[in-house]
Write a protein that binds this ligand. Structure first.
Ligand code: FAD
Length: 506
């Protein structure tokens, strides 16, 4: 629909490769490794480490005694408040087992004892079904898959996707490598660029997982689905993005306010606990996690090595000190609308992982289902590309884009992040959302004419996502899952349907 950067492909260095996988989290790495095993030759483009690396809790899969895919299915739909696509959930829970085996074959070694896999429980799971590698499951997965990628000889380009070339089909991409523009002609592009929870002032997401590629796809006319559903994690070390896993509360840590009083059942679902903390903070109070009593029964440095060492680095001793926490935007439930094989409506464009919406999570993600989604749907996407690639063609077309006029960017996105947190965060209200939309519309009209720099491109794409989230949050006049409207604090049957957003709504 529209480009942002100015370019003439005739004047930019160009290369050609069949398939580019953009993103090196669980989604992208799974697609790349599976394609390679199928005899294809993908190229991996990445701007660095994303959310996968920071995942602590684990990956859900019905492998234990007394568990079954049916039970996992029921828990997932219950958490998602019946907005899930049952077909997608069925796939997730049925194919989970194969995916876990695949991860092990690629070198991940989940915690085991002499009875087999050690599984833990997390909010919403009716049995212990979360496989883990201590408290650094994501890092263990990332490191093994990355090692495998190197072993398979998959070429990696460190760079950033800027534009997708083509209208009805993907004909190439524009990327920056060391600050310089390059064109890559390709037949298939897989977006595995992670979620966009970082549009909020407080977030658990690292800086490379900014989600702006969802905006790039939106500018191609691709629909996004359910962007109003953003999961907030209740306990993040104050003003940082270090998440303090709910397993810590599961072990018995308390939440207290500045008078030392408990104010919520710590084991309520994430959205309930996050709202209780948020309300305390709105009253001007501070909130702390009290882990001191855990020290009596477990060795914190052994059970939670990552959290323990981070807190010590910050000068906190969890055996003695109260740990200041706040909620933060954590997981982007919606995303690029895809089918069960990662396909979008644009020929040759696929999406997988947190940037995509398969419908598995509904209105709330069941904890530890997202790593599973990345691998299950990553494998399916690779198989689909295997089938499609023989009919996809390279394009030789010249693409040129120049702006008729340019204007200076008059937007500080940090202020947007602040406002999103206050008005579109843990609690929402119709009038606030309307004001927010009106404010955004004042800039979205001129934003396409901002000077064509990479930084402006990133901000424009984040702004497009922020508008999509706000627009759909405004129109969903009910509370469901993680979407909480103070003016409609209940579910309404007529809203039990997906939201879709495309730039034509602008
Ligand atoms: C702190 C934390 C803890 C979590 N714990 C768990 C857990 O225990 N269990 C669970 O199931 N889920 C957990 N999650 C969620 C889970 O980590 C993510 O949903 C999942 O890892 C997403 O994987 P992904 O491959 O889609 O994206 P990511 O892992 O985020 O990777 C995105 C990739 O895309 C690249 N990229 C982005 N934009 C561009 C661009 N324009 N050009 C080039 N490259 C780009 C990034 O550099 C990165 O390589 C957690 C998330 C966080 C933040």
């Amino acid at each position: 629909m529209f480009y942002f950067l100015e370019f003439d492909t005739l004047r930019i260095p160009e290369e050609k490769t069949d398939i580019v996988v953009c993103g090196s989290g669980i989604g992208g790495l799974t697609v790349a490794l599976t394609l390679k095993e199928l005899g294809l030759n993908p190229l991996l483009l990445t701007r660095g480490i994303g959310n996968t690396y920071y995942s602590q809790g684990g990956i859900a899969c019905a492998v234990g005694e007394g568990d079954s895919p049916e039970l996992h299915f029921v828990d997932t739909i219950r958490a998602g408040r019946n907005l899930n696509d049952p077909h997608a959930v069925r796939i997730l829970v049925d194919e989970g087992l194969f995916s876990i085996v695949k991860l092990e074959r690629w070198g991940v070694s989940f915690d085991k004892d002499d009875k087999g896999y050690i599984t833990t429980t997390e909010g919403g799971h009716s049995v212990a079904r979360v496989l883990k590698v201590k408290d650094y499951t994501g890092r263990a997965i990332y490191s093994s898959l990355w090692r495998k990628l190197k072993e398979y000889g998959v070429p990696v380009v460190e760079g950033e996707l800027q534009e997708i070339l083509g209208d009805d089909r993907v004909e190439g991409i524009l990327v920056t490598v060391e600050g310089k523009l390059r064109v890559i002609r390709l037949k298939a592009l897989v977006l595995a660029t992670g979620g966009a929870a970082s549009i909020f002032r407080y977030t658990t997401n690292p800086s490379k997982a900014r989600g702006d590629a969802i905006g790039i796809a939106m500018r191609k006319g691709i629909k996004i689905r359910n962007p109003e559903f953003i999961q907030f994690h209740p306990t993040v070390f104050k003003d940082s993005n270090l998440l303090i896993s709910e397993a810590v509360r599961g072990e018995g840590a308390f939440l207290v306010d500045d008078r030392g009083e408990r104010f919520v059942n710590e084991l309520e679902p994430r959205d309930v606990v996050a709202r209780a903390i948020y309300r305390k903070m709105k009253e001007g109070k501070r909130v702390f996690l009290d882990m001191r009593r855990l020290g009596e029964k477990i060795k914190l440095e052994e059970r939670f090595p990552t959290i323990f060492s981070f807190l010590r680095e910050k000068g906190f001793d969890p055996y003695k000190d109260l740990i200041p926490v706040n909620p933060a935007a954590h997981y982007f439930i919606g995303g690029i609308d895809v089918d069960m094989f990662g396909r979008t409506i644009m020929e040759g464009l696929y999406a997988v992982g947190e940037c995509a919406c398969t419908g598995v999570h509904g209105a709330n993600r069941l904890a530890s289902n997202s790593l599973l989604e990345g691998i299950v749907f990553g494998i399916r996407t690779a198989y689909r590309i295997y089938m499609d690639i023989s009919r996809l063609r390279f394009s030789e077309k010249r693409f040129v884009f120049r702006k008729e006029k340019t204007v200076k960017r008059d937007l500080d996105f940090e202020r947007v992040r602040e406002k999103l947190w206050l008005l579109m965060g843990v609690e929402r209200e119709g009038d606030d959302l309307k004001t927010l939309l009106e404010d955004m519309d004042k800039v979205t009209d001129t934003a396409p004419y901002w000077e064509p720099t990479v930084e402006n491109r990133r901000i424009l794409d984040l702004l497009l996502i922020a508008r999509a989230c706000t627009y759909c949050a405004y129109n969903r006049k009910e509370s469901r899952g993680v979407h909480y409207r103070k003016d409609f604090p209940y579910e309404r049957e007529e809203f039990r349907k997906d939201s879709y957003y495309s730039l034509s709504v602008l």
